[in-house]
Design a protein around this ligand. Structure first.
Ligand code: ZN
Length: 173
């Protein structure tokens, strides 16, 4: 590959930064892997997720099974037990392999909508019920502006949860 090609590829990968509503940018780490891949169980077209996310959220006993050199994807299908898989044939990870409950796959009230600042479904709906509105978006926004966001480490989806919080609030109000 020529230097020019490498330069173009770097530029391309910079242009394809996935920017979420709060400004968190998730850089697909393996630019040669397809942008999306189908979950082997549900067939759901899934987005890339960083190794960092798996390394933080997979239970200790299973962490050795994370393959270093492959791209992982996050399956967001509600009914599918698979959370992380690769387009390469390596062990995949299911809900029970994570140390947290996955918002997209678990309807429980104790499940986090925002993982960085511990806003569960229950905390959000309790606040709406008692005060008529939620301070969550404002509070999360402040933390994001202060650079305290850790979505790529704490949210199983590896992206900003602000959109999920927004949608959840819309659904319950
Ligand atoms: Zn799936």
């Amino acid at each position: 590959m020529t230097d020019k090609n490498i330069e173009n590829e770097v530029l391309d990968s910079a242009n394809s930064l996935e920017v979420d509503s709060c400004g968190c940018a998730v850089v697909p780490e393996n630019i040669d892997a397809p942008t999306k891949a189908e979950c082997p169980q549900s067939g759901t077209l899934s987005k890339k997720v960083l190794h960092e996310t798996l390394e933080n959220l997979i239970v200790h006993d299973k962490r050795d099974l994370i393959s270093k050199d492959v791209q992982y994807y996050f399956c967001s299908d509600h009914d599918c037990p698979v959370v992380y898989f690769s387009n390469i044939d390596v062990p995949l990870f299911e809900k029970s392999d994570l140390s947290v409950k996955v918002f997209a796959k678990d309807k429980g009230e104790d499940v986090n909508v925002c993982y960085c600042y511990d806003w569960t479904r229950k905390r959000l709906s309790d606040q709406i019920r008692t005060t008529g509105s939620s301070t969550a978006l404002e509070e999360i926004g402040e933390e994001v502006r202060a650079g305290n966001c850790e979505c790529e480490r704490k949210n199983p989806e590896g992206v900003c949860c602000l959109g999920a919080v927004q949608n959840f609030l819309k659904d319950i109000s």
